[in-house]
Design a protein around this ligand. Structure first.
Ligand SMILES: CCCCC/C=C\C/C=C\C/C=C/C(=O)SCCNC(=O)CCNC(=O)[C@H](O)C(C)(C)COP(=O)(O)OP(=O)(O)OC[C@H]1O[C@@H](n2cnc3c(N)ncnc32)[C@H](O)[C@@H]1OP(=O)(O)O
Length: 281
């Protein structure tokens, strides 16, 4: 459940209607508490918040809007009781047109860059599983609070995908070189408790209410600090990585096209999709 806001009149909800979504309502919902200036961004692409081209475009637009609104902090979460974000929409990888594949990858790069380089403080409230692109979203935030009994990690190699350099660097920056190297190569999925142990998340919470409380506590630490000094320091720390990604982005896209258009990869993906279905039987 989302944190109750004392005065509902203070709650501004930005809503956008998106085409081609199976979710109820907008793909991304933003609730702004005008008392604190904190925005809760709720990823809302049922059933598992998988990242399609349009969904990522919506996340990017939302962050742009929040930058313009001069918010004091953002909490990124999901309305699901089981999944924070299931990563890239695997259907985007099934025999895609090259043009769409390039656009999907470009949007993933931009989603990462936008969230990684926000001027305001960000917390991922990971209230469910966060494989691959779900872990990526969490890693872009400054602080991660994870509910117990879920899993998180960069499991791309398990699917036959290479982890792009900019994502490897983000992981390395968070958990250190050795842990990142082993985790990326093996495609390890960590339990919430293991993730805390290696520093992939910063705190655990018993449930979403507790996680929300902890998220607000993190954002409150900046209450009396100059937003300029805070964000300038963050961007000095992070901008080079964003610029590096942008410089190499066309090579990155070419590599992904080669990876995904490969017939061995497509055969492996078909088997993977079948295994997702079989798990339910
Ligand atoms: C397009 C360009 C690609 C280029 C790639 C190159 C390099 C990539 C490097 C890094 C970037 C990131 C990559 C990725 O993110 S790849 C995606 C990785 N994600 C996964 O492997 C997650 C798979 N899903 C699960 O493990 C589980 O679904 C879950 C998230 C743990 C949730 O389990 P739960 O039991 O709650 O739900 P279901 O399994 O029943 O799922 C419900 C429903 O959703 C479908 N689904 C699940 N995950 C995805 C997904 N990622 N994309 C699309 N659809 C997904 C699932 O099949 C079910 O559908 P159904 O119709 O059967 O109800």
């Amino acid at each position: 459940m989302l944190r109750k806001i004392a005065n509902p009149a203070r709650l501004l909800t930005f809503q956008r209607t998106m085409a081609s979504t199976a979710s109820t309502g907008p793909l991304v919902r933003t609730e702004l508490d005008s008392q604190t200036g904190y925005a809760t961004v709720i990823l809302n692409r049922a059933p598992v918040n998988s990242l399609s081209l349009e969904f990522m475009a919506e996340i990017i637009k939302t962050v742009d809007e929040l930058e313009r609104s001069k918010i004091r902090g953002m909490i990124l979460t999901s309305p699901s009781s089981k999944v924070f974000c299931a990563g890239l929409d695997v259907l985007e990888m099934v025999n895609p047109s090259e043009d769409r594949l390039r656009s999907v990858w470009r949007n993933l790069q931009d989603t990462w860059a936008k969230l990684y380089g926000t001027s305001f403080p960000t917390v991922a409230l990971i209230n469910g599983h966060a494989p691959a692109g779900g872990c990526l979203l969490a890693l872009t935030c400054e602080y991660r609070i994870m509910c117990s009994n879920f899993s998180i990690g960069l499991n791309e190699t398990q699917l036959g995908l290479a982890v792009p350099p900019w994502l490897q660097k983000t992981m390395r920056n968070t958990v250190g070189s050795r842990e990142a190297e082993i985790a990326c190569i093996k495609g390890t999925m960590f339990s919430s408790e293991e993730a805390l142990k290696i520093g992939l998340v910063d705190e655990l919470a018993a449930d979403k209410g507790e996680a929300m409380h902890k998220a607000c506590n993190y954002l409150d630490t900046f209450k009396n600090m100059s937003p300029y000094a805070r964000s300038a320091t963050k961007l000095l720390l992070r901008n080079k990585k964003i610029e590096d990604m942008k410089r190499a982005r066309e090579d990155d896209i070419d590599r992904v096209v080669k990876n995904v258009m490969n017939s061995d990869f497509q055969a492996g993906l078909a088997a993977y999709l079948q295994s997702l279905k079989d798990r339910k039987k």
